[in-house]
Design a protein around this ligand. Structure first.
Ligand code: AMP
Length: 278
């Protein structure tokens, strides 16, 4: 892949890169479409990165179907697929990691120790192989986008990070490869994540600025759903990820949550901004 990327650069072709773990869905495809609009050549990677999974997490059972994914993206006109194997990425004596200290312990980082260090390390490696002009990430993983942006800035990487909106099912559930784990009852119950964020947005639009009140409203709604168990609900600064107490009229705020539905951990988020919101 490195040689291909080097040649593309030599030929003056800009590279758009979409890193994924496969089990591709419309969320991934939206990143690919954006990449195709912005870059001459689009490279998609599929790699289920072992070092971003905790010992009791779903690395072994994470959905994998490389043949289907490869066909799907070929049909969408993606130029190159990079699907390295684990030994290629992590030789036995691998010892070098990249960490965004502090940011990686907040929100999802507190329930998934080591997760973001795994993410920043693999993204760094993939960027070193591909040296993309643009890299595309989904707002669905809000903390990941904040951490990657910070890594790119702190390490003077020559890649522009482009964040694309969360793609949702018609009932609001954010698309995720992990939605495949849900039983039909759990799938219904999973609607509570986006519903609780919509409630938060509504209260915010009605003028509520007390974080504790917004969080209580979200928690109360989720707690009514018997199949759901809250991991965390937080409202934080969009750069530092520090918890906020009261929202002001200038700065956007990240509302982020992680909820177990049955045994499946789902995440979702919303950015609150004074005039507009996403
Ligand atoms: P994953 O394969 O889950 O690691 O995701 C690869 C990329 O796709 C990440 O940048 C995710 O944020 C993005 N992504 C996943 N789900 C969605 C979604 N529903 N909408 C937009 N982007 C998404």
């Amino acid at each position: 892949m490195k040689t291909v990327a080097r040649k593309l650069r030599r030929d003056g072709r800009s590279i758009g890169f979409v890193p994924t773990m496969g089990a591709l869905h419309e969320g991934h495809l939206s990143l690919i479409r954006r990449a195709q609009q912005m870059a001459d050549t689009v490279i998609v990677s599929i790699f289920v990165n072992p070092i971003q999974f905790g010992p009791s997490e779903d690395f072994e059972v994470y959905p994998r179907d490389l043949a289907r994914d490869a066909e799907l993206i070929a049909n969408k006109g993606v130029d190159y697929l990079f699907a390295p194997n684990i030994d290629e990425m992590y030789p036995e004596d691998f010892v070098t990691y990249v960490a965004t200290e502090g940011l990686d312990k907040r929100l999802c980082g507190s329930s998934r120790p080591g997760h973001f260090r795994g993410v920043t390390t693999i993204v760094n490696k993939l960027f070193n192989v591909i040296a993309p002009d643009y890299a595309f990430f989904g707002q669905k993983d809000a903390q990941q986008t904040i951490i990657i942006r910070r890594m790119v800035r702190d390490l003077c990487m020559d890649t522009e990070v482009v964040v694309c909106p969360t793609v949702r099912e018609s009932d609001g559930l954010a698309l995720s490869s992990r939605n495949q784990y849900l039983s039909p009852e759990e799938r219904q119950a999973a609607r509570v994540l986006s519903r609780s964020l919509q409630l938060c947005r509504q209260l915010y639009q009605e003028g509520e600025r007390q974080v504790s009140k917004l969080i209580t409203a979200i928690r109360e709604l989720i707690e009514k759903e018997p199949l759901a168990r809250i991991d965390y609900v937080a409202i934080a600064d969009v750069d530092s990820l520090e918890f906020l107490v009261e929202l002001d009229e200038e700065d956007p705020a990240l509302v982020a949550l992680a909820v177990f539905v049955g045994t499946t951990r789902l995440i979702d988020n919303l950015i609150l901004k004074p005039e507009t919101e996403s």
